[in-house]
Design a protein around this ligand. Structure first.
Ligand code: INI
Length: 162
């Protein structure tokens, strides 16, 4: 349980009114990624945000997401950037290499640009796991990434600066 007796607690709200978001989507496995994008925009709007304050960049695949997330994060146009993609394991280690690069790069970009960058990547062993995480029994990773982005954008605006 979170201790709420401490005097100064920094915790972001999940109110999205007035916030601006940049979303990077990998087109590979677009069938699923479109569901993640729908889930993200829906979560933003249901938390008081405006779809007009959301901008989306499509890139070929997950590997290209960090480059674009970096540009969006550096632009100063957004309160948070979301990365949405679906990597499905095949018969070779290909997916694992992509996943570790993307996860590491997104964390690095977030810290370099001092901006929340959230991770809405589905890393699935098979199509069934991708379905489960794109709006069925395991939720929607795009909506999760949007909620995290809203909370982190609000936290970022109240955290002490150097
Ligand atoms: N990109 C994905 O987003 N998901 C995948 O599952 C995937 N697989 O499995 O190959 C994938 N590959 C493409 C990669 O992200 C790059 O777009 C490509 O290698 C060009 O740089």
């Amino acid at each position: 349980m979170i201790n709420r007796t401490v005097k100064n607690i920094f915790e972001g709200t999940i109110e999205a009114k007035g916030l601006k978001f940049g979303i990077v989507c990998g087109r590979f496995n677009e069938f699923f990624v479109s569901k993640l994008l729908d889930g993200a925009v829906d979560a933003i709007v249901r938390h008081g945000g405006n779809a007009d304050n959301v901008e989306v960049a499509w890139v070929p695949g997950a590997y290209e997401i960090p480059f674009t997330a970096k540009r969006m994060a550096a632009s100063g146009r957004y309160d948070a950037v979301l990365a949405l993609g679906v990597v499905i394991q095949g018969g070779t280690p290909h997916a694992g290499y992509i996943n570790s690069e993307v996860a590491k790069s997104l964390a690095q970009i977030s810290m370099e640009e001092n901006l929340p960058v959230t991770y809405g990547m589905v890393t699935a062993n098979n199509i069934e796991q991708a379905i489960e995480r794109s709006g069925t029994k395991a939720g929607n990773k795009g909506a999760d990434a949007a909620l995290a982005a809203i909370e982190m954008a609000n936290l970022s605006s109240i955290l002490p600066n150097k």
